[in-house]
Design a protein around this ligand. Structure first.
Ligand SMILES: NC(=O)c1ccc[n+]([C@@H]2O[C@H](COP(=O)([O-])OP(=O)(O)OC[C@H]3O[C@@H](n4cnc5c(N)ncnc54)[C@H](OP(=O)(O)O)[C@@H]3O)[C@@H](O)[C@H]2O)c1
Length: 254
């Protein structure tokens, strides 16, 4: 199956490690032109060099803290100019989980929600110029079923699912598809679940067993679904929330 990504211009935030990085790798392998960012110039430069080895297309990037509105908007415009437009946008950065306090609510609102909304509002005019595009927002299974505790992360990620659906209705006539993806717990070295494995082994093992497939997922398994949803191969898919979790959630998804 041809994903039709060769020559497409893809912007991914928070893409030097974890899921975002695997998404960048895969788009590059599919022949897309890819722009990455993180807050660390060293990590961005290192990742660009490593991704270039996999790529036929142009790989670029720049340090950017998506929390800073102007810096973020400038990053989008600079990347769009360098690549010659935007076809795909993956707002991937999250403030992560944390105990339920006002600080966490602001942090998750600012990074997860506004970080997505600001990016979307900035990329849509670029996509209109290209005659369409695809936006894939990153939510989590913690938004669709109860998880751990009443924390801002779960609720703010749930907001993205509703936002993606409503945006998909508004943007359809411009040929812009909007979807969200909800990964379950994903393990990789240095990631959140690596830390949980060390700090709370009992909870980690219980989580493993809760999966129908008996294990946590990998960033590559999530990245493949993100890349598919964002590609022409999913041209008739818009407004969905794609749960990718190895059978971790238990509800029937009508
Ligand atoms: N891991 C999981 O189990 C899991 C499960 C469900 C959903 N998700 C979602 O998947 C997405 C990726 O998660 P992940 O675990 O792969 O993340 P991660 O390993 O923590 O990677 C985050 C990336 O974002 C960058 N970043 C962090 N804050 C930033 C900011 N303010 N501005 C720009 N870049 C920033 C980081 O680099 P710097 O620190 O150098 O800036 C890094 O490249 C998130 O939206 C998360 O909620 C993850």
């Amino acid at each position: 199956m041809d994903l039709g990504l060769r020559g497409k211009n893809v912007l991914i935030t928070g893409s030097t490690q974890g899921i975002g990085r695997r998404v960048a790798n895969l788009f590059a392998e599919e022949g897309a032109n890819v722009a990455i960012c993180s807050r660390s110039p060293e990590s961005v430069n290192k990742a660009i060099k490593e991704i270039q080895v996999l790529a036929d297309g142009k790989i670029t990037g720049a340090p950017c803290n998506i929390k800073k509105k102007e810096e973020y908007e400038d990053w989008i415009d600079a990347m769009a100019e360098e690549l010659g437009g935007v076809d795909v946008f993956i707002p991937n950065v999250s403030a992560g989980g944390g105990a339920d306090s006002e600080k966490n609510w602001w942090k998750n609102f600012e990074i997860d929600v506004l970080g997505t909304v600001r990016g979307v509002e900035k990329v849509i005019p670029h996509m209109e110029e290209r005659g369409g595009g695809a936006i894939t927002m990153i939510s989590t299974t913690a938004a669709v079923e109860t998880f751990m505790m009443p924390q801002a992360y779960n609720s703010m990620k749930a907001a993205l699912i509703t936002y993606a659906k409503q945006l998909s209705q508004e943007q359809g006539d411009k040929n812009i598809r909007v979807n969200s993806i909800s990964p379950g717990p994903i393990f990789f070295d240095g990631g959140a679940w690596d830390m949980i494995k060390t700090s709370n082994q009992k909870f980690y093992e219980k989580t493993e067993k809760t999966h129908a497939l008996g294990r946590l997922g990998t960033p590559e398994e999530v990245a493949k679904c993100i890349v598919f949803l964002s590609s022409a191969a999913a041209s008739w898919v818009t407004g969905v929330n794609f749960v990718v979790d190895g059978g971790y959630t238990k509800r029937v998804q009508f």
